[in-house]
Each structure stands twice: as C-alpha cells, then as structure tokens.
Design a protein around this ligand. Structure first.
Ligand code: FPP
Length: 245
C-alpha cells in the first residue's frame, strides 16, 4: 500500500470477475459454490477500493451470453444476486457507496429488477465509491442501443447528424456520466475483453492475472494498481511529449 502513488490512482477500475467455476472445481465443489465465494471477493475488493480512494468500480457480474448457461446455474446466480443485495445493501449504504446497474435489465426476473431499483434509489444520494454492476450486459447490445437512440433523436429533429461526436455518443451509453475506466482487470488467466465496455476501454490499461476471482483479495488489487502505475499512458502521443506534459 505504501508503494502506491496516491496522486496517480485510476478514478475508475473495471473488473471481469472470471474463474468462479474453475476455482470451485479445483476445490471439488459445484460451480455455484464458486459464485458464492466470488461474492466474498466482491466484498473484499469493494472495501479495498473504498480504502484506497477509488471513485468508480465496475464489476462484470453477468453477461448477455451467460443467459445460455445451464438453467440451474442461471437461476442460482439470480438468487445469489437478490440475496446478496438484500444482505449487503444496508452496509453499502452505511459506507456511503452509490450503486448503479448497467445492462439489459428488462431480461432479469421481477424480483431481481425490484431489488436493483430499490438499491439504486436508496443509495442515489451517496457520495463515496460508485459501484457499477454490469448485469445482463454486453457491449454490443449497449452500442446497438446507443445507435438506435441517436437515430431516434436525429429522426425526431432533436439532434443534428453533424452534432454527433464521441462525447454525444458516450452520453447515449449506459455509462453516461461516468469517466472511462483507466484500468481493466481480468482474473483467471483469460486474455480477452469478452464484450465488456468496448467503447469505454479504448485507452484503458489491461491487466490479466491467473488468480481465480474467488481467490482475489486486496493484495491482488494493489499488485494491479502498482503495475498500472508502472506503465506509461501515451494516448497516441510520443513518450517525449508525455514527459513534457
Ligand atoms: C465468471 O466465472 C463469473 C460469473 C459469470 C458470475 C460472477 C458473479 C459473482 C462473483 C457474484 C457477484 C455478485 C454480485 C451481487 C455483484 P465463471 O463462472 O465463468 O468461471 P469459469 O470460467 O471458471 O467457468
């Protein structure tokens, strides 16, 4: 922790929480056990992010493609989301954490939809960490929705075609109002983005670790942050330009 440069922290960290199933199998347990242990990691990482002073944390909890998993796992995950929210939201609220959900939330069961909207409403005025949970989310879905929304505005005459730029485009994404993540972490060894925040990650530093999500702890987050701080972020400029800036 003392090696961290607190002046150069990312404002926003995004995490693909991968490896719950493999971790569970390695423990001789079923996949759902891995997801339950994954919630422990969520709690630890949220605590650590708050302590370090991260402002936005986005967690990829369930992708649009995850609907195709065996019915038993999907139902188990939905129950886990609802139960976890019921259990954790009072504490999150006490800690001034603001919850926000992104994704095709219409696809969720009613009970889950209700839990999400209650949690969002309760924590809306909080000013600490903004915790964004991507649920039933995929970036291609989000980009198509943005394109549709822009097309509707243009066809109604409330937006001129010539006024569409990257800022206007970003305002039509579900992450509207949040800064882009500067650091994206994926656990469990896979080195891909898997339909996650494709627009928003344009300049993010990507960090991949072999650690399975249920084993991921504060030390692993600190390692990722130290690696992030060791990188030179050039945004298309030269190294010399960055040093002068
Ligand atoms: C990926 O591991 C993980 C998921 C699809 C679910 C993640 C959900 C949680 C950690 C619960 C979070 C809860 C809240 C309320 C935010 P995997 O199943 O793809 O693992 P595998 O690749 O090893 O099979």
């Amino acid at each position: 922790m003392e090696k961290l440069d607190l002046e150069r922290l990312p404002k926003h960290i995004a995490i693909i929480m991968d490896g719950n199933g493999r971790w569970a199998k390695e423990q001789g347990q079923d996949r759902l056990f891995g997801h339950y242990q994954g919630v422990v990691s969520v709690r630890k990482v949220v605590e650590a992010a708050t302590e370090i002073g991260i402002q936005y944390l986005t967690l990829y909890a369930f992708s649009t493609e995850n609907w195709d998993r065996p019915q038993e796992e999907v139902t188990g995950l939905m129950t886990l989301f609802v139960d976890t929210l019921a259990k954790e939201v009072p504490d999150l609220h006490k800690n001034n954490i603001k919850l926000h959900f992104i994704g095709n939330l219409d696809m969720l069961p009613n009970e889950a939809k209700e839990a999400l909207s209650n949690a969002t409403r309760l924590t809306a005025q909080n000013t600490g960490l903004t915790l964004i949970i991507a649920l039933s989310y995929s970036s291609r879905w989000e980009l198509v929705e943005a394109a549709k929304s822009l097309a509707i505005q243009v066809s109604k005459g409330s937006l001129a075609l010539a006024d569409i730029n990257d800022t206007v485009f970003a305002e039509n994404l579900s992450t509207k109002g949040f800064p882009d993540p500067e650091l994206m972490i994926r656990t469990s060894g896979e080195c891909r983005i898997s339909n996650f925040l494709l627009y928003q990650l344009a300049y993010a530093e990507l960090y991949f670790t072999d650690t399975r999500w249920p084993a991921f702890r504060k030390e692993d987050l600190l390692k990722a942050l130290l690696e992030y701080q060791s990188r030179e972020r050039r945004f298309g400029k030269t190294s010399e330009q960055i040093q002068i800036d």
